[in-house]
Design a protein around this ligand. Sequence first.
Ligand code: FAD
Length: 475
Amino acid sequence: MSHGFDYDLVIIGAGVGGHGAALHAISCGLKTAIIEAADMGGTCVNRGCIPSKALLAASGRVRELRNAHHLKSLGIQVGSVEFDRQAIANHAGNLVSKLQGDLTNSLKRLGVDIIRGWGKIAGTQKITVAGDGGEKTITAQDIILAPGSVPFVPPGIEVDGKTVFTSDQGVKLESLPDWVAIIGSGYIGLEFSDVYSALGCEITMIEALDQLMPGFDRDIAKLAERVLITPRDIETKVGIYAKKVIPGSPVVIELADFKTKEDVDVIEVDACLVATGRIPATKNLGLESVGVEPDRRNFIPVDDRMAVLSAGEVVPHLWAIGDATGKMMLAHAASAQGIVAVENIVGRSRVVDYRSIPAAAFTHPEVSYVGMTETAAKELGQAEGFEVAVSKSYFKGNSKALAENESDGMAKVVYRKDTGEVLGVHIFGMHAADLIHEASAAIASRQSVNTLAHLVHAHPTLSEVLDEAYKRAIA
Ligand code: FAD
């Protein structure tokens, strides 16, 4: 017991953020407890990264084996390819159970106290936990809030969890509808479109903004659309939003123009996946007891040390990490933030460097990026008075990609014209999610294309696609 408190550190939420923070806290010698109201492992393990990647692993193989043209040019012939939806769903479910168990055991083994129930701040350094055995109060020198996020369902859309559902139900793959509408073309909508199209569903993708994949670099999004959407006969409705979605058989979707709000169409489909983003789970956390007001989008305001802010001032001993902070809603960002919060708790001043945190969509092929898009970099350049240049290279000029017969793709490097500093790297193509880390390291250490162009890459590897882009930048 430290300084008269029950714990040195109590973490609310055992998702990947809370888990990462707890493990680091133990390694720093802090007496630590973690409070979880629902499934250990949170979104990533139970309803996010893990089951979705398990589905993509199966559907990707189905797609590859059914691509007779592609295999034939490698000299391979495959007979008819069958799959079992239930077995694919079981694979995802089993993986979730295994990782949930591994994560819980790792916490227990290292001595983290796991407290089941709903955690709520009850004033400075005090938390109440409401669980099966009633409510109890615990005290802690420091508190980390890691409550995560939940799917955002726009007004007018009724989710019944069966015919109209979010990714929470989608990852269970309880059915394969003949025709599914996917609302939203961000990475979640995109990944599900990859799964559903490989497994034979017809898809209509509805995107309210004026382009598909709105968060991605424009050139990458355009190329990805030419590979992931068009040849897969995915119908797209861009600049259109789902004004009303009524569950049932069929699901009825009323569509309207996003800008004018005028009705444009009514479609009937077998199912509808709502992938319209996520909102922070910051309700009923007791934030008001310490004078903290969520920001206008309900995220918990934090600084780069992950200290919680109230009216711009640091609230002592209160930290927040993960999706609930809205900084970068990704699993590895949540755990990185958790580690930074703990470092600051133990007096080692650290901040999160979001510039170098990569992101990926695990479609076939994959999309990944780190740092700024060309548009964002140009806006910054205009504000700060520097020019931005880009350099591109293509997988079709990469020997390894050609040998693999997987030559759709491109890498794009965004950099400062004056210093050559790399500001962003975007990759679409085979293994893009793995290839991005070299670029992450380059951005973290503020490397310039001039230096990177002289780094020697093994031949023949996909990583030469970045080598080529750096070399073109200085040519
Ligand atoms: P969460 O994982 O949401 O965990 C928060 C936990 O806190 C939950 O278990 C919740 O029950 C608990 N909790 C909340 N409030 C309380 C309370 N008051 N008391 C007790 N417990 C509480 N990210 C990637 O990096 N890569 C991917 O490939 C990827 N794929 C995804 C696919 C899908 C379909 C989805 C939906 C998300 C995906 N993500 C991915 C995002 C990733 O899952 C999240 O960024 C990550 O889970 C955030 O972690 P977190 O710790 O902030 O919150």
